[in-house]
Every structure is written in C-alpha cells, then in structure tokens.
Write a protein of this length. Structure first.
Length: 511
C-alpha cells in the first residue's frame, strides 16, 4: 500500500493534496492513503476558528471548509490525529473518531482502524502532566484555559491503548515520544533546532505517554510532527521487533513535510476503512472508566487487596460479543453529516471580529456509534448535566483546598453547602409564581447624642470641636423630672451635628 505521510497540516489541504499529486507523478505511484500527524485544523466556519488555541493574528480559515461543504472532495482517503492547533469544538463531537468531511477521517482522542489488513493506531493531543489524570471535562464555549486543556492527553486513552494485543503496523501521534531522539542522530535535530539542547539533556523533550506506548506496543512504524523538523530514528526493542520513527515538518515551501512509503498489505482485502474489533472490545469493557470530571482519577492496576478488574485485554467472549453486535462487518459507515454551516467567503471580511464561540452539540455519527456499541458519549454526558468548570490553576501551586469534584455522577446527589450555623447557603424556589418583594425589616432610627450640663447664659453655646462651627447646633432640652432633695437640676443639653445651620435658624429681628 502506498501511503503518504504529512507532518503538521495547519489547514492547508489544497497545498497538501497538490504536493501529494506532484510527488506521486515523480515516483510514478498512486497514493492509497494520506496520514496527517496533527494540527489538522478542521475549521468549518468563523465560529470554529474561535475555538482554536492560536493568537488572533494567526487565525485563518485556510481551505478545509471547502472539503466540509462538498465544494471539493479529498482525492484520497485521509486519516489524521489531533494536535494543539485544532477546532476543538468540532473534534470533541467525534470523541471515538468519525468523518470530518467526505473521505477525511479523524481517529478521535485515541483509536485503532484497519485498512487492507494494515492496523493503524493513533493518539491525539499533547501531554501535560497536570491534566493527564483528569477527565474530559471541557466543552464549548471554552475559556482560555479549557481551550488548551481540551487537547491534552488523558490517562484513559493511554490505558486503553496499552490493552491492545497483536501487531501494530502504524502508530500516529502529534508529539514525539519522549527520548526517541536518543535512537537517532541528535546532531541532526540540534542542527535545525539548537534550542532543544537543554530539553534533550534533561530528558523532557517529547511526550511521556508516547514513550510508554512506543515500548509497550512496539509498532513497526511511528509517525509524528509538532517540532517542525524532519527526523528519523530506529528503536530496536528486541531481536524481532523494531520501530521505525519518522517525524516531519509543517506544510510550507522548501520544508520537508511530506514523504511516501510503501507498506505491504493483504492483497485479498479491499481498501475499505474498518473498525478494529479488539479496539471496540476495549472501548466497551472500559466504558465504566470514562471520566468527565475535573478531579483526578487513576486507572486500575494490579493490587492484591482489590478485586477490581485491571486487565482489560479482550477476552474471547468479549470479542464474540463485538462480532455479534456488528454482524462481523466492521466497515466504517460512510455517514458523514454536517453539524454546522460551512464558511461563506466574502471580500474584505474580518471573521475574527464580533464572532463568538458556538455551543456544544452532539454529532449523529458518535450517537449512532455509541448506541450500537453500548458506550457513553462524553460530550453527551457533559452537556446533559449542569456542569460548572473549575478554573485551571498553576500545577506547581500547593492546593490547600479539598479536592472534591463539582461534577456528580449519574444518580449521585451532591449535598447542599452549609454555612457556619448549619443553614443552607442556597435554596430552590418551590413556588415559581409571580415574583414578590419581601418586606424590609429595619431597626428604629436613632441619633447619636452626648449630654453635658447646661452652661451659663453668658457662655458660648457652640463648643470647640473638630468640625466647623457652623456644623454644630446645641439644643437645650429641659428634662421633665422631679427635683431631688430640693436641689435644682440643670437641664440636659443635647448637641446634634447639623450642616448649614443658618438654613435651619430664623434670622434675628433688627431692633
């Protein structure tokens, strides 16, 4: 099978297909399959563009929308994984994979397919340790933080891929597996990217999840992109298993972003894109591990004190169940459906101005797949609940708060928060009729006064205070109380602060 491998697509499908056609003529071959290694940018319209994690000045519709609208059709079957520059809202509709346009298939968060007997696996996104053990809690409209965490690799997908048995012919990721440069000519990498030197020395360049999988799955070929340079390496796992690693650049002139390889396939099989039955069995058996929460959830492992299942390698019974569900026909249905209006190009139009993000919506492809296999659509679980997203904080910050989730599971009721006196902080209005105003209960108004004995008549009645003299009035009040022991009681004088005293006193009559 003749396969074209492309690095970062960045939405330039017209240029990529033109380059494949030109290279095919030079090699005198017919390309059967194109594989893109991320940053595909399946942007359908202006609103999708607002869900892509790039600065506004780099947001460009490019040419994918023409393939989505049907204006043109991909000249060859195209397969891709997601990277860190994607219309995340659209790809989230297809968590388990699906057609983003006729003849263009997305592998999902992770996936395995077959074509002509060649088994192809893939994993989308970038590795970030602070999100690795979280669930897929993001959905549009995104915040600046969730727009990025939406494409971060999760441990669930890696755990599922580790359950695979048998040979993997091709594995595709956006990010390089960590440490793969140690199996090739590091001088070549540093020649093009000298600023990678410190990361390579500290063993932090690349994806930790990819490092696990390349040694666990031992695929024959591994294709990546992301670092925008061409690089090859050979990972010798043992005497019989070797992985040939190839990384490619992005689609730009005079850049090494495209190569053609020939991989033997089963000539007795059609080149139809098919589900992998082992992968379907793994999805079905691990459905209970699906997490849509923001909090940390670890995958099960061997533990003598626990009876929880931790080995999800498909059993014969599980494979038989999947075969019955699909009637032993694993061809992926050609059921592409538009779920948003395609872009309509207009001259002198700034499609970044005044355009908002779309709301999350379900994709009929995913709904049909989940219903048939009996698994859950993570996006449906999210938008079917009232979910409050927690802010993404600095992963190095020490969290002194209780790490409890704000995302209750199905059938789980979260107790209302209590104040210090035990009363509810929030309540539900059980009589939502005409809104009524509650009566305000205020204390009786009082005036602060101070008392002092009445001064003699020839003394000034306005005392020296910290406020201007015209702001203090002295009011003499004679208390109507009985005399004690025949002594005259002096009347109590109450002083009130009053501004603009002259406005409240009558002028003396001239004599």
């Amino acid at each position: 099978m003749i396969i074209a491998v492309e690095g970062c697509a960045h939405g330039e499908l017209d240029k990529i297909y033109e380059s494949v056609e030109r290279l095919s003529r030079q090699r005198n071959v017919k390309v059967d399959l194109l594989i893109c290694c991320g940053d595909f940018q399946a942007v359908r319209n202006e609103r999708d563009l607002q869900c892509m994690a790039v600065p506004d000045k780099f947001k460009d519709m490019c040419t994918f929308y023409k393939y989505y609208s049907g204006e043109v059709k991909a000249p060859m079957l195209t397969l891709f994984v997601g990277g860190n520059h994607e219309a995340s809202n659209y790809l989230q509709e297809l968590a388990y994979g699906g057609w983003v346009a006729p003849n263009i298939y997305y592998l999902g968060y992770a996936g395995v397919v077959n074509i002509g007997g060649i088994r192809i696996g893939g994993m989308s996104g970038l590795f970030k340790s602070h999100d690795y053990h979280k669930g897929h809690f993001e959905f549009p409209p995104y915040t600046g933080a969730t727009m990025r965490s939406a494409y971060h690799i999760r441990s669930l997908e890696v755990f599922r891929l580790k359950q695979l048995q048998g040979n993997i012919d091709i594995f595709v990721s956006h990010e390089w597996p960590r440490g793969v440069y140690n199996y090739g000519d590091t001088r070549e990498v540093l020649h093009w990217k000298p600023f990678f030197r410190n990361e390579m020395a500290n063993n932090t360049l690349g994806c930790q999840a990819g490092e696990i999988l390349i040694h666990e799955l031992k695929p024959k070929h591994w294709f990546s992109a992301h670092l925008h340079c061409r690089f090859t390496a050979t990972v010798q796992h043992n005497e019989h298993q070797t992985t040939h690693f190839l990384a490619l650049d992005k689609c730009l002139p005079k850049r090494r972003f495209l190569e053609i390889i020939d991989i033997p396939h089963d000539l007795s099989k059609n080149l139809d894109l098919c589900y992998d039955p082992h992968w379907l069995a793994i999805l079905k058996s691990t459905n209970s591990l699906l997490n849509i929460r923001h909090n940390t959830q670890y995958m099960p492992g061997p533990n003598a004190s626990s009876s929880e299942r931790w080995n999800f390698q498909p059993t014969d019974e599980e494979l038989q169940t999947v075969m019955q569900i699909f009637d032993n026909d694993f061809r992926i249905p050609l059921n592409f459906t538009q779920t948003a209006k395609p872009f309509q190009p207009l001259p002198y139009r700034d499609y970044n101005r005044g355009t908002s993000q779309p709301k999350a919506q379900l994709n009929p492809q995913t709904s049909a797949f989940c219903e048939k296999l009996g698994v859950s659509d993570p996006l449906e679980l999210l938008i079917g609940k009232s979910v409050v997203l927690e802010p993404v904080t600095n992963p190095d910050e020490i969290d002194l708060e209780d790490d409890e989730s704000d995302f209750p599971q199905e059938g789980e009721t979260k107790a209302p928060e209590k104040s210090e006196d035990g009363s509810d902080l929030f309540f539900l209005d059980t009589n939502p009729g005409k809104p009524q105003r509650s009566k305000m209960s205020l204390p009786t108004p009082t005036t602060e006064v101070w008392e002092e004995p009445q001064q003699k008549a020839n003394e000034d009645t306005i005392q020296s205070t910290s406020v201007p003299n015209d702001e203090v009035a002295t009011v003499a009040v004679v208390a109507d109380t009985p005399k004690d022991d025949g002594e005259d009681q002096q009347p109590v004088v109450k002083k009130l602060k009053r501004r603009n005293l002259e406005l409240y006193t009558e002028p003396e009559e001239e004599t």
